[in-house]
Each structure stands twice: as structure tokens, then as C-alpha cells.
Write a protein that binds this ligand. Structure first.
Ligand code: CP
Length: 316
């Protein structure tokens, strides 16, 4: 299996084999991260730009660390302190960065489709670090990497994704990834947070937290994204927490004895996830963060190698 993409824009366009290739590559890089000197010269001479037009802690730092572990040069651009503030367009910004001979741009943007637009308009490799409510491919990759690492498989698992499915790029990318790899997915939340016709993506819908928990091997709890909601879609946070918040009591009453709890972060503690569960025995939230670095090393490596082959005139 050979990686042939100059960009990583979304999980939707990847095959099962391509997803497995990223996981396999990330396993190798995870071993690198355990060494006394956790660095390899793989991307020495490459220049990578982290262009974040929305806030981020985990993804931005994780990409930066991944680039540094691969010996690439990395530059960070935050929209708030850039010439976006003077009205420069995204296309002009990217053209100027490209003129400085960079290899890969990692972009997070509030507009769904922004990374696709850039991929069409530049020769730089584009990696999507989250575009609006559309996709967050590296988050889904680190989620499935963590599940497979902990449970030894993905096919046949029951995964429940709970919360604000309608506004969640994490949900969308996880649904694409997990269905391609043979997991069964249930999405659960208030009716106002479940998009119409989501069943067409091959998932089961339930509005009952009991049903979502009773068969789940894995529960991926989503953050309530107040900032993306144009309208009030539940009566109050307290009401949401009472019905859908994951706490010890609901796990004890409804869930299997062994379960994995994932959350992409940042957590609204005491809203979608109780303190006890977030820090408890079933939580793999910090494992997700550790695995995020290995996944992002794999993505930067594969995208950079495909670009190199393209520059050398090989058919890709
Ligand atoms: N999971 C995630 O995307 O977190 P950040 O917004 O902190 O990057």
C-alpha cells in the first residue's frame, strides 16, 4: 500500500487501507517518542506552517511537537496577530506563505471547506486541522488509534458518540473513519443536536442515553459547542447534563463493566462529562493526547513524502 495524497483534507476521501497505513506509520513514530532522545531526522530541511484561524491548544501544540520530533522547521501563525486583521484574504495569505518556499501548511479555519479551497489554489501540501463543523481528520485518526491500542481491534466494536453531533467536525470524521473500519456507531443527543438524515452515513440514532450506553464498548463524549450554535438548542446546561452528561451513576446503571471513555477536549467539566469520569479508570483522554503527536508525525511524514515524489516527477 502506497500513500498518494499530497494533502490530508478529510477522512471521507480516504480508503480503509489508507487509514490503516496512517495508523501503522503512527505506531512506528510512537516508538520514537519513547526514546531517550525522541527525535528522528525524517523531515530535516522541510518547513511547515501552523496557520490557526480559530483557537486551539491540543491540535496546534501537537502538530508543532510532531514537526519538531521529525526535525522539520515549524512556524506558528495565529490569525489574531496576523495581517488577516488588516483585511488580507486567506488566498493572499497562503500565496505569500507559499512564496517563502514552505512545504506544508496546517490550517484550522471556522469555514467548512477552507482547506479544500487552499489545496486547489496552492502547490503547498495542506493538512486540515479542523474546518468549521465539517471534518477534523487527525482527531478521528488519534481517536481510532487509541481505541485500537486499548482494545486490539476496531471491527465489530460498538462506539457511541454522544452530544452535539450537528456542530461536530470530530463526530463527522469519526463516523467516516469508524464505519470504514467496521465499527458500529450510535449517535446520541437531544433531537436538536442530531442532523437530519445522519442515518445515511451508516449510523444508528438514539435520543436515549440508556440505549447509547448499554451496548457501547467505547463512548466518545463531545464538547457542547456553545460558540457554534446560532440558536438555543436545549433548555439549559443543567438540563443537558441531567439527560446526556456522562457521570458515574449513568455508567454504573446503564453501561457495560468495561468501557473506554474518550473526549476530544477541551472538556466542559461537569457539563458533558463529570469530573470523576473525566479523571477515572475508564478515561483514555490523555492517551488520546499522547497518540495525537504520533498520528500527526505520520500525517506530516506521508504528505511530505507524496509531495517529494511529485516534485521528482514520479506519477502519484
Ligand atoms: N481536540 C481539539 O481539536 O482540541 P483543540 O481545539 O485544543 O485543538
Amino acid at each position: 500500500m502506497k500513500w498518494e495524497h499530497r494533502h490530508l483534507l478529510g477522512i471521507e476521501e480516504l480508503t480503509k487501507e489508507e487509514i490503516l497505513l496512517i495508523l501503522e506509520q503512527a505506531e512506528g513514530f510512537k516508538e520514537v517518542l519513547t526514546r531517550a532522545i525522541p527525535k528522528v531526522p525524517t523531515l530535516r530541511g522541510k518547513t511547515i506552517v501552523n496557520l490557526f484561524c480559530e483557537p486551539s491548544t491540543r491540535t496546534r501544540i501537537s502538530f508543532e511537537l510532531a514537526a519538531k520530533r521529525l526535525n522539520a522547521d515549524i512556524l506558528n501563525i495565529a490569525a489574531a496577530s496576523s495581517s488577516f486583521q488588516k483585511g488580507e484574504t486567506l488566498k493572499d495569505t497562503i500565496k505569500n506563505i507559499e512564496a517563502m518556499n514552505v512545504d506544508v501548511i496546517i490550517i484550522r479555519h471556522a469555514c467548512a471547506g477552507a482547506p479544500y479551497f487552499l489545496a486547489k489554489n496552492t502547490n503547498v501540501g495542506i493538512v486540515n486541522a479542523g474546518d468549521g463543523a465539517h471534518e477534523h481528520p487527525t482527531q478521528a485518526l488519534l481517536d481510532i488509534f487509541t481505541i485500537r491500542e486499548k482494545l486490539g481491534k476496531l471491527a465489530g466494536l460498538n462506539v457511541s458518540i454522544i452530544g452535539d453531533i450537528a456542530h461536530s467536525r470530530v463526530a463527522r470524521s469519526n463516523i467516516w473513519a469508524l464505519t470504514k473500519l467496521g465499527a458500529r456507531i450510535t449517535v446520541c443527543g437531544p433531537k436538536t443536536m442530531i442532523p437530519k438524515e445522519i442515518e445515511k452515513l451508516g449510523v444508528t440514532v438514539t435520543y436515549s442515553i440508556k440505549d447509547a450506553l448499554k451496548t457501547a464498548d467505547v463512548v466518545n463524549v463531545l464538547r457542547i459547542q456553545i460558540e457554534r450554535q446560532q440558536e438555543v438548542v436545549f433548555p439549559s446546561l443543567r438540563e443537558y447534563t441531567r439527560s446526556f452528561g456522562i457521570d458515574k451513576e449513568k455508567l454504573k446503571t446503564f453501561a457495560k463493566k468495561e468501557i473506554l471513555i474518550l473526549h476530544p477536549g477541551p472538556i466542559n467539566r461537569g457539563v458533558e462529562l463529570s469530573q470523576e469520569v473525566a479523571d477515572g479508570e475508564y478515561s483514555v483522554i490523555l492517551d488520546q493526547v499522547i497518540n495525537g503527536v504520533a498520528i500527526r508525525m505520520a500525517v506530516l511524514f506521508l504528505v511530505s513524502m507524496a509531495r517529494k515524489e511529485n516534485e521528482e516527477g514520479k506519477e502519484i
